[in-house]
Design a protein around this ligand. Structure first.
Ligand code: ANZ
Ligand code: ZN
Length: 879
């Protein structure tokens, strides 16, 4: 065998072997336990990045090890192939998004193959292919039939120059990112999926451990993020009556300003009301006072997400309009507040500054009265600064509230709800943060929504027999709206209902639709009769899903919803798609930057920097070679925009895929962030060279070795014990997917093997066994090199191809120690150690201790008065 480790040869040969055997194709084999392990679907952006390498190596280790343990394991792969980046690339390069996408897929697939992943490519899917997205269309039609999909108007950002809808991120300071035109709000019709109908069920599985579908195999923080996103809130919805009339002489909203509150017990503490800038009362007030219109405009420029609202300065203006307190009859002024969301509850709040933090900030700023109505035991109330105790989670006893006085939280809320109900002004209500899912996108590169617009019949669903509605693949978007609008061949059709000339819908579906069920399609990838079938019955629910935390909310929630819809349509028999979820940590690397005066950071490539290091050799800063001026340093996520990316391809070319894989598995536990470290990459490579070198050096001995462990030297016994101890630990680490310690276990094993000097027949048997365990332990991380050594050393001939070699069993007998070491103390002081048989009784231990040279030396000839033995640990001789 080759004395030197030559990764590229070794890896190519191993892959040729696997390809020739079609090694990763799996079928629905009922005789074996199944395991479905899947990585989140990649977007074909061009080439793999380190995050991909990490994600897929985790998946691959899992897959390969479970296969050795006798599982029938599915590891599929596909492409999240629709979406905006392809359109942007098309505009830039003047090639159709389809061509760009297919090129990227081809390149990235090659890279994945070079990584040696155990992917069953016969199940590959690309979501931009009609045989995939036809089922998006089909299920959409089913949802329309069931009323789960509905047509509603939606407000969008409209760029009047580019004639296109813009995403929020594409609106910069109120203008279109490309045209610079002032963006308008437009109401256009679109389709919504009623995910809110499933809110209770979606919530229970993440929030209620007693629920039958509780997702105990998910990270706690992901469950919590979903729970917060769904946002169930129990409170009271009630109205402040008013007499405010609009320009048409009618009472605005029938003379009722509705609010939603979770703290109805504080209703007597109301000192103002605040409405969202988009609220009808705000619009009315602005029509009377132009300065209000300016304020409303200003609010629109700011962010509108909850996170943005939470951090921005609380600002408001009084409207001069008054509403009536429903219980006291007092007049309450209405303010417009930038912290009130139109999309939540009723877009209006009762302002209780004493007990709500946002209202407090608002009242302090504008000098509004603050009135305490709840007392919390042992806490001192203050109107000077916001104090923890009157945070809205803190509940106490109602005070200064007339007939509510003395009531606790729940009793007070019940009473207020009852009082409001008798006046016909309110009732208890559950409010959800979750919104229905708008799926219409005014975009070209997506699944066509299967609808035809007829002047006589309106929007008509495409009949099932006419599916798929195929997207033309040769359009090149130019920034002036959806190119489908200019494609007569796509656009013109006849109405399925009356036969008259009609036009196709040109909106396409949100790409989250594509990723909501692709993992089920892998199970029945070539089924052209049904969306899913026997394959999904066999493989689903998925046993282990692996992906980034950035998908913790929307993707996972939509996939869960979609699954439940499919269940309700009788397509699948389970409630939740993903039994276990692992969210892998980000890959970080040091980055060098300067802060330009404008704001932001300019990043520089490390090769252009003279790096300054601390006494541990860690970078702390640097100077730019070009100008000699200082740069700052930070550890941050690896990314193109920070000039700190490491191209996996370069790594594979230089060291081979096994080194790249070993490094990413060793550097950190899968769920934690991984800090890039060039020295550690080299370390991983050196380790593999040592493994190879060990195999080459001992090849003859290993090939000739027997399997008789009956008469081993002490050293051989000790080595065998170490091998099985490590194996035991590593087997457990595999179970909990802690792959970094699997690698350190393997390193320990190699050290032990290298340190072993025995040359007898029994010694060779132990060496052979130890090395064969080492190869199997690191095979899931480094499949190529281990495959080669396995064959070279004749292990394949006896134990079969490493792919299906049995996971080694721990020999408990080897763990038993014949001899153990005890500390020897004289008068309580540590003086040495003795070796005794593991089975020795007290008398035997005492005899060995008394005979030991250390006792002789430190007892100064005196006889022991007392002998204390702590079993397995020490002997103390008191003289
Ligand atoms: C009065 C009050 C007093 C409130 C108090 C809280 C504490 P969750 O739990 O998230 O549902 N709220 C209602 N609608 C709003 C909107 N459209 N925009 C911004 N805030 C809104 O929060 C419910 C609370 O959020 C409600 O209870 C209301 O403030 C506010 F000591 O009413 B509360
Ligand atoms: Zn018609």
């Amino acid at each position: 065998m080759n004395e030197k480790y030559a990764p590229s040869e070794v890896e190519q040969a191993a892959r040729d072997h696997w390809n020739a055997a079609d090694a990763y194709r799996v079928t629905e084999d009922a005789s074996k336990p199944k395991f479905y392990a899947c990585s989140m679907l990649p977007y074909p952006s061009g080439k793999l990045h380190m995050g991909h390498v990490r994600n897929y190596t985790i998946n691959d280790m899992l897959t390969r090890q479970l296969r050795m343990k006798g599982y029938n394991v599915l590891m599929p792969m596909g492409w999240d192939a629709f979406g905006l980046p392809a359109e942007n690339a098309a505009m830039k390069n003047k090639v159709p998004p389809a061509a760009w996408t297919y090129d990227n897929i081809a390149y990235m697939k090659k890279q994945m193959q070079a990584m040696g992943l155990a992917i069953d490519w016969s199940r590959e899917i690309a979501t931009c292919k009609p045989d995939y997205y036809r089922w998006n269309q089909w299920l959409f039609l089913k949802m329309l039939e069931k009323g789960i999909a509905v047509r509603r108007t939606q407000v969008v950002n409209w760029d009047p120059v580019d004639q296109t809808v813009l995403a929020n991120e594409q609106v910069i300071d109120g203008r279109g990112w490309r045209s610079g035109a002032v963006v308008e709000k437009r109401e256009i019709p679109g389709y919504y999926l009623k995910i809110t109908d499933y809110a209770e069920e979606l919530l229970a599985a993440v929030a209620d451990p007693a629920d039958k579908n509780y997702l105990s195999g998910w990270p706690e923080r992901v469950r919590l993020m979903q729970e917060n996103w769904i946002g169930k809130s129990e409170g009271v919805r009630f109205a402040f009556p008013h007499e405010i009339k609009g320009a048409d002489g009618q009472l605005i909203q029938d003379g009722r300003l509705y609010v939603f509150t979770t703290r109805a017990d504080t209703i007597m503490g109301v000192t103002f009301c605040a409405v969202a800038p988009e609220h009808p009362l705000a619009a009315h007030a602005a029509s009377l006072k132009p300065e209000l219109a300016a304020f409303i405009e200003e609010c629109k420029q700011g962010g509108s997400t909850e996170a943005e609202l939470a951090t921005q300065d609380k600002k408001g203006v009084p409207t001069g309009l008054f509403v009536t307190h429903p219980l006291t009859g007092a007049q309450v002024e209405v303010w417009i507040g930038n912290y009130v969301l139109m999309s939540y509850g009723d877009g209006a709040v009762m302002g209780v500054p004493a007990h709500d933090e946002r209202d407090f900030a608002f009242a302090r700023k504008y000098g509004l009265p603050i009135r305490q109505v709840v007392a919390v035991d042992g806490e001192t109330y203050s109107t000077e600064a916001w104090a923890e105790w009157y945070g809205d989670k803190q509940r106490g006893v109602t005070i200064h509230s007339g007939e509510l006085d003395g009531l606790g939280y729940k009793a007070a809320v019940d009473k207020v709800a009852a009082l409001l109900a008798t006046k016909g002004l309110g009732e208890k209500k559950t409010t959800w943060r979750l919104r229905d899912w708008g799926v219409s996108r005014q975009r070209y590169w997506g699944t066509p929504i299967p609808i035809i617009h007829c002047d006589s019949c309106g929007p008509v669903p495409v009949p099932e027999k006419d599916l798929p509605v195929v997207l033309p693949e040769d359009c090149i978007p130019d920034g002036s709206g959806n190119p489908l609008n200019k494609r007569a061949d796509f656009l013109n059709c006849s109405c399925p209902s009356c036969g008259k000339p009609a036009k196709r819908e040109t909106d396409t579906m949100d790409t989250f639709v594509d990723s909501s069920w692709y993992f089920m399609r892998y199970c029945d990838a070539s089924n052209d009769k049904a969306m899913v079938g026997a394959g999904s019955d066999y493989w689903m629910p998925m046993d282990q899903y692996i992906g980034g935390i950035e998908h913790a909310i929307l993707h996972l929630l939509y996939a869960r919803f979609w699954t439940k819809v499919m269940r309700d349509l009788g397509l699948v028999k389970f409630d939740e798609p993903f039994t276990n979820l692992l969210t892998q940590g980000m890959v970080l690397k040091g980055a060098f930057f300067r802060k330009p005066p404008e704001a932001g950071k300019n990043y520089y490539w490390e090769q252009d920097v003279d790096v300054i290091r601390n006494e541990h050799g860690q970078p702390v800063g640097g100077t730019l070679k070009a100008d000699g001026l200082p740069l700052e340093y930070e550890m941050t996520t690896m990314s193109k925009s920070k000039n700190n990316g490491v191209d996996p391809q370069a790594l594979i070319d230089q060291y081979g895929a096994d080194t790249a894989r070993l490094f990413v598995m060793f550097a950190a536990p899968p769920e934690q962030t991984l800090e890039w470290n060039d020295a550690a990459v080299e370390g991983a490579h050196r380790f593999l060279k040592r493994v190879w070198g060990f195999g080459a050096k001992h090849a003859d001995a290993i090939k000739a070795a027997g399997k008789d462990f009956s008469a081993l030297s002490d050293d051989a016994k000790a080595l065998r014990r170490e091998v099985h101890l490590v194996l035991k630990q590593v087997s457990y680490d595999y179970e909990r997917m802690q792959y970094n310690t699997v690698v350190s276990g393997a390193m320990k094993l190699l050290n032990a093997l290298e340190g072993f000097k025995g040359t007898g027949a029994g010694d060779h048997a132990v060496l052979r066994e130890g090395f064969s365990v080492l190869l199997r332990v690191i095979y899931p991380a480094c499949p190529h090199i281990t495959h080669a050594l396995w064959v070279e050393l004749g292990l394949a001939a006896e134990l079969g191809d490493l792919l299906d070699a049995a996971w080694p069993a721990v020999d408990e007998g080897a763990l038993v120690q014949d001899q153990i070491e005890l500390m020897l103390q004289v008068n309580g002081k540590l003086r040495g150690a003795i070796k005794v048989a593991a089975s020795a009784d007290k008398a035997a231990i005492e005899a060995v201790a008394l005979a030991s040279p250390d006792f002789e030396k430190f007892s100064e000839g005196k006889a022991p008065k007392k002998v204390i033995i702590v079993p397995g640990r020490l002997v103390n001789l008191v003289v």
